[in-house]
Ligand binder design. Structure first.
Ligand SMILES: Nc1nc2ccc(CNc3ccc(C(=O)NCCCC(=O)O)cc3)cc2c(=O)[nH]1
Length: 200
């Protein structure tokens, strides 16, 4: 399977996917990295790994749909089968999520359905929970609401703030995301009709 990774920033999850995809049993290769930010460090990571990169600035497009259509054109050009969102910070239009339904996954820094949205770690600190973690889910139009493939738990330590917790969650993300991509790329998991995960 040919995988594209969408990024907006440093791409630490991209690096975890690059490192994991060197393992043939992953059943996939990362063929393209698309960033909506020209200076995203993840672009350097991709170049160092010999992976094609493309920068598409959303400000160059009159609408969300047209930006997504430009991304979709790149994905077709590269014969992409699966899409991973790795710190991609733009909400995707309904058309795009429908086209890639069951083929696009995202890693969220909280145990969904708890703490949806941008700042999962801060929400966990504010709520005083004692466990947190990350969730890899299929991407649906409804943000952070897709069917769950993998979750990884981390403890919230006494004295944690959002930053220290976020760092521990990131370590879990770097395990969970490659694990989920392998399940999807090797067909062990598919998205069923009723938006439920089907395990083969
Ligand atoms: N339709 C769909 N698209 C997504 C895009 C990114 C992410 C990653 N997690 C994200 C979740 C939320 C945001 C967010 O609220 N950003 C501020 C608004 C930015 C903008 O105006 O675009 C970004 C990424 C998840 C989803 C998803 O679950 N569904």
């Amino acid at each position: 399977k040919r995988v594209a990774v969408l990024i907006s920033g440093s791409g630490t999850n991209l690096q975890a996917l690059i490192d994991a995809s060197n393992d043939r049993s992953m059943g996939c290769e990362i063929a393209l990295v698309i960033s909506n930010k020209a200076k995203a460090f993840g672009i350097e990571r991709a170049k160092k790994a010999g992976i094609a990169t493309k920068v598409l600035c959303h400000k160059d497009y009159p609408s969300r749909e047209e930006f997504d259509a430009a991304m979709d054109e790149e994905l077709s050009k590269f014969n992409i089968d699966l899409v991973c969102l790795a710190g991609f910070m733009r909400i995707l239009s309904k058309d795009f999520t429908m086209k890639w339904r069951g083929k696009m996954i995202n890693v969220h820094p909280a145990l969904l359905p708890l703490f949806r949205g941008m700042d999962g770690a801060q929400q966990a600190i504010d709520a005083g929970v004692r466990i947190s973690g990350c969730t890899v889910h299929f991407v649906e139009a409804d943000v952070d609401a897709g069917a769950i493939l993998v979750q990884e738990v981390v403890p919230v330590e006494v004295g944690d703030d959002a930053d220290s917790l976020q760092k521990r969650i990131q370590g879990a993300e770097h395990k969970a995301f490659p694990q989920a991509l392998k399940l999807l790329a090797t067909g062990k998991v598919v998205l069923g009709e009723n938006n439920k995960i089907v395990w083969n």
